[in-house]
Design a protein around this ligand. Structure first.
Ligand SMILES: Cc1cc2nc3c(=O)[nH]c(=O)nc-3n(C[C@H](O)[C@H](O)[C@H](O)COP(=O)(O)OP(=O)(O)OC[C@H]3O[C@@H](n4cnc5c(N)ncnc54)[C@H](O)[C@@H]3O)c2cc1C
Length: 387
């Protein structure tokens, strides 16, 4: 695969890098301390076109695809993970609509997101079903021109600022994953409300909240794709965004280890800079190898998605990128903190925030264990043909 960036891709990377350094980095510690969503940074993304990277030109985007979006996410994650998540949410809440939505749904929700006029969130997880997502209990019953939704979703990123929600519900509860449908729920839907906000370990700049459906009345034209065929669609949605989660991992790892390397150059112990000690060099080399491998897996995954290969036949490559890059982020933050010594553990150092933020990545959008289940299934099914 060819990973030489085109001029357009270099421009995306350079623009995102500039925004990361000049706009996001100075605000990041405050976002972490206050947990207030950064409206100002969202506006900068809007003005510079970063919100439209993952959308085709006819829907108000720039047509840079998941590859272009992943490049931007990697740059922003080098300085702040929550602000990288804001970019990721543009596709987490819309990929299913792009794939199976009506023209009207695409024009309203995809184009609205690309232009920064609307914000979406993704509602799959429930108190009783996370990894086992086929087991959700939220129910949707058709009544005339509406579906009546009842249930609760939890840990939904960006819910407090979202205008619409891509939501999975059961339309045929007895049919397992075959009784599953996907809906767009507008924020002002009667019977729907955003519930309590979580207190969490990191990624404070993007709040996570409950979604509460108490006989919420969703217009039937907000069904995405076909009734009872939503499970594959929601998996497609998750698969197609895996390169973006992976890119958050790559950027976080790069940002954390670079910070520790800069420190190790100037910190003296036993008469020489920390970076001259072999034990420190081994840690840095280990992380450097894993970052480069992560980036290759991530770019490969992004290219596959942009070629329309986010299906079961290719899901394992997307899972490898997600699991490897996010685990590398945790490893890099852990090693960076260790290299910094006591200072690394203190709130005044970047590594303390980076470590807390990185721990989110191996859980969200399919845990590391779930990614391994997908990879193992592909091996069992002979999809990885090594001979
Ligand atoms: C900060 C944050 C933001 C989030 N944002 C969103 C969002 O925007 N939208 C959304 O829908 N969800 C969101 N989530 C939810 C997230 O996707 C789930 O937490 C995740 O899928 C895991 O589900 P669970 O928490 O129920 O864990 P469980 O499914 O209960 O799993 C618990 C542990 O058991 C392991 N496990 C489970 N089953 C198996 C198995 N068969 N084999 C081996 N190990 C297994 C898991 O890997 C995990 O380690 C968010 C979560 C967090 C923490």
């Amino acid at each position: 695969m060819n990973f030489y960036l085109t001029e357009e891709q270099q421009l995306i990377r350079d623009t995102a890098r500039r925004i990361a350094r000049e706009v996001v980095a100075p605000r990041a510690p405050e976002l972490d301390d206050t947990g207030i969503y950064p409206e100002d940074i969202f506006q900068v993304y809007k003005e510079t076109g970063l919100l439209g990277l993952g959308f085709p030109e006819e829907l108000g985007g720039s047509g840079a695809g998941i590859f272009g979006l992943a490049l931007a996410i990697e740059e922003i994650a080098k300085v702040d993970n929550a602000c990288a998540l804001i970019l990721l949410l543009t596709r987490l809440s819309t990929s299913a609509i792009l794939k199976a939505g009506t023209e009207e749904q695409k024009r309203k929700y995809c184009a609205g997101t690309a232009r920064g006029e609307l914000r979406g969130a993704f509602g799959l997880t429930e108190p009783g079903a996370g990894s086992d997502s086929a087991n959700i209990a939220t129910r949707a019953v058709r009544k005339g021109n509406e579906y009546i939704l009842t249930g609760t979703k939890c840990y939904i990123s960006g819910a407090s600022v979202a205008d619409f929600f891509l939501v999975a519900a059961k339309t045929d509860p007895g049919a397992g994953s075959r009784g599953f449908s996907v809906f767009i729920v507008d924020r002002d839907t009667p019977g729907f409300r955003v519930g309590r906000e979580d207190r969490k370990m990191g990624v404070h700049g993007v709040p996570t909240c409950e979604l509460i459906f108490e006989e919420a009345r969703v217009p039937a034209h907000n069904l995405v794709g076909r009734e009872n065929e939503g499970f594959k669609l929601i998996m497609w949605n998750l698969n197609s965004v895996r390169p973006c989660v992976a890119a958050r991992g790559v950027g976080t790892a790069e940002g954390a280890i670079q910070y520790a390397v800069d420190y190790a150059r100037q910190r003296q112990t036993f008469g020489q800079p920390l970076i001259e000690h072999q034990a420190i060099q081994m840690m840095i080399a280990e992380v450097a190898m894993h970052i480069e491998a992560s980036r290759l897996l991530t770019y490969q995954a992004a290219l596959l998605v942009d070629e329309g290969k986010a299906d079961r036949e290719h899901a394992h490559f997307l899972s490898m990128a997600k699991a490897f890059a996010t685990e590398t982020a945790v490893e890099a933050c852990d090693k960076a903190l260790q290299i910094m010594g006591g200072l690394g553990y203190m709130h005044e150092s970047l590594t303390e925030r980076f470590y807390r933020d990185a721990r989110q990545l191996t859980i969200v959008e399919g845990t590391s264990q779930v990614q391994r289940l997908i990879i193992a299934r592909a091996v069992k099914d002979n999809l990885l043909n090594w001979y």
